[in-house]
Design a protein around this ligand. Structure first.
Ligand code: FES
Length: 165
């Protein structure tokens, strides 16, 4: 291969590598931020025993695409879907709150609205106790509490994951 051929080959390699990198970044961004479709399968999901949800913690339950939280000894099953425009809302361990990376809505541990463009708190699935087991009915979704409902609001545990107060 002469010098010109080598240069053309390297130029093509950079373009291919850049295209692959762009594709990987675009897919990762899409997976992280894509709006979710409504609800889950409608199945009843055994999320765990009551004692497995310690006070003031959040546990992600992938089978239901939801969080089971124990907020001051009240159990809630929160849809991971942001009530603003449907992004997946991650739980921020450092603040102890749900913080949406899409437009900055923040919710307390019980999914109550704190700040941002969302019009209400996070939606909640029906939770029942069957013996010692926490069973979530993903076929019954209750609209999240309205803005201003701050029954479970406590100060943030620490810094926000999305850089908000
Ligand atoms: S989708 Fe969560 S704040 Fe907009």
């Amino acid at each position: 291969m002469d010098d010109k051929g080598r240069r053309d080959f390297l130029r093509g390699g950079w373009k291919l590598g850049g295209a692959l990198l762009f594709g990987a970044a675009a897919y990762t961004g899409y997976e992280a931020l894509r709006p979710l479709t409504a609800g889950s399968s409608g199945a009843k999901i055994a999320a765990g025993t009551v004692s497995s949800f310690a006070k003031d913690t959040s546990t992600y339950v992938p089978a239901g695409r939801m969080y089971v939280v124990n907020a001051n000894d009240y159990l809630f099953a929160l849809s991971q879907k942001c009530p603003h425009l449907g992004c997946h809302v991650p739980y921020c361990e450092s603040s102890g709150r749900f913080e949406c990376p899409c437009h900055g809505s923040i919710y307390d541990l019980a999914g109550e609205y704190i700040t941002g463009p969302a019009g209400r708190g996070m939606d909640r699935y029906e939770v029942k106790l069957e013996g010692d087991n926490v069973v979530v009915d993903t076929g019954v979704l209750h609209t999240g509490p309205p803005r201003g409902a701050k029954v479970f609001l406590t100060p943030p545990k620490g810094p926000s994951c999305i850089g908000k107060a």
